[in-house]
Design a protein around this ligand. Structure first.
Ligand code: 7TS
Length: 413
């Protein structure tokens, strides 16, 4: 039995039927399904020890605080961080990138400075930098993408200069599936004195990510894509950077002392967690990380690589289908986007929905990347550890049926 078959029973939602058919969930790049241990841990929090953190001195408040901080420690270990105080809980990748732009960015980026991004970024790693650049008079530059869907590293020499303050790039593309050579780019950026942020939204759920090995300064990640609850996630940053960064939101629990004129702030990470945090979801994110670690990334990555190779091979049999992104299963993950010559991506998704298949169609919050390929939209199937070859077969059969449906002559002779 392969991994997908072995773990399926852990995910109640994967047993749902729609139109009398078993759900085939192929949209994990948007959000992942949750194992029962995650659902149970959420219920346990509200059922047994719901209390605010870092303030009450009674039993359940101390339990909640301990579990919240334990989860932080688990995530630090999960990402290979030097210490647990390097993890700031956020609502996800979007908030983590915005936090860096609004704090480190405001303090360190000035007129004429440059921020280097890539054409394959999700909007959440573009728009915050556009806002900062507009405020500061800084300039955004982009690493181009090749026809195959990989970063064109030959452009790095021209892009990285003494004006570069930050390189911010995705580890794994949510559209192309491409896994980028982050270490290589980080070393080049550091040699020019720039800092490096990596968007781990699509890598942290699927491969062993170690921030020391990546050699970056900031890493943003989303809990809901790594089997955890929505509204959970975080920012990892080197402690010295967090210490030097001004706060993000102002409010309760991030201060040492408040007078009518000014305030002093707590040490990181608390300086960046104003107000009542997302206690339940942040605690349960640690449970999701434990679940992934329990299975092990060796097994997860091998299974997803096998499934991706199988899917890429089988998709070639569908007439008129073009993969947008690397067509070989090398240095790529299981987000597979494609177009079909005669059918709009939304029509593909809608027809497959009738067969209880969930894929996504659209620009996947990566409009500049789609513009690069001269297309408005793609259809995307994205995999996770719980998917199986049978589901890939169902997808491919479904796509053959879509093609037949849209190429059938309306006036049969
Ligand atoms: N970065 C990447 C690479 C992503 O894929 C996403 C979400 C984000 C950032 C933003 O994460 P959030 O958790 O803060 O929303 N990607 C997708 C997607 O591909 N379909 O829906 C959401």
């Amino acid at each position: 039995m392969n991994l997908g078959e072995r773990v399926r029973d852990d995910f109640p939602l994967l047993h749902r039927t729609i139109n009398g058919k078993r759900l085939v969930y192929l949209d994990s790049a948007a959000t992942s399904q949750k194992p029962r241990v995650v659902l149970d841990a959420l219920m346990e929090y509200y059922h047994d020890y719901n209390a605010n953190v870092h303030r009450g001195i009674y039993r359940i408040a101390e339990e909640a605080t301990a579990r919240y901080e334990e989860s932080r420690a688990k995530l630090a270990a999960f990402l290979g961080a030097a210490r647990r105080e390097e993890i700031v809980f956020t609502r996800g990748t979007t908030e983590a990138v915005n936090l860096v732009a609004a704090t480190w960015g405001r303090a360190n980026v000035g007129p004429g400075d440059e921020i280097v991004l890539t054409i394959m970024e999700h909007h959440s790693n573009i728009v915050p930098w556009q806002l900062l650049a507009a405020e500061k008079g800084a300039r955004l530059r982009y690493i181009p993408v090749t026809d195959e869907g990989r970063l064109d590293l030959s452009a790095l020499d021209g892009l990285l200069t003494e004006r570069t303050k930050l390189v911010s790039l995705t580890h794994q593309s949510n559209v192309l599936g491409t896994v980028n050579p982050v270490r290589l780019i980080a070393d080049r950026a550091h040699a020019m004195g720039a800092k490096v942020l990596v968007d781990g939204a699509q890598s942290v759920p699927h491969q062993a990510v170690n921030v020391q090995a990546l050699g970056v300064d900031f890493l943003a990640f989303s809990g809901h894509k790594m089997l955890g609850p929505t509204g959970s996630g975080g920012l990892w940053a080197r402690y010295d950077l967090l210490e030097a960064m001004p706060p993000y939101h102002g409010g309760g629990e991030m201060i040492m002392l408040v007078t009518l004129e000014r305030s002093t702030y707590k040490d990181p990470p608390h300086k960046f967690e104003a107000g009542t945090p997302n206690i339940a979801d942040s605690i349960v994110l640690g449970v999701a990380a434990d679940y992934l670690r329990g299975i092990g990334f060796d097994a997860i990555t091998a299974h997803e690589r096998d499934l991706t190779a199988y899917a890429l091979e089988r998709l070639r049999t569908v007439p008129g289908l073009t993969i947008v992104g690397p067509a070989e299963p090398v240095d790529r993950g299981g987000a597979i986007s494609f177009t079909m010559d005669v059918v709009h991506p939304h029509d593909i998704a809608q027809v497959l929905d009738q067969e209880a298949m969930a894929i996504r169609a659209g620009h996947h919050c990566a409009q500049p990347l789609h513009r690069r390929f001269n297309i408005a939209a793609t259809a995307r199937a994205s995999l996770h550890l719980y998917n199986t070859r049978e589901e890939i077969d169902a997808l491919v059969d479904g796509l053959h049926a879509v093609h037949r449906m849209f190429t059938r002559s309306p006036h049969p002779v």
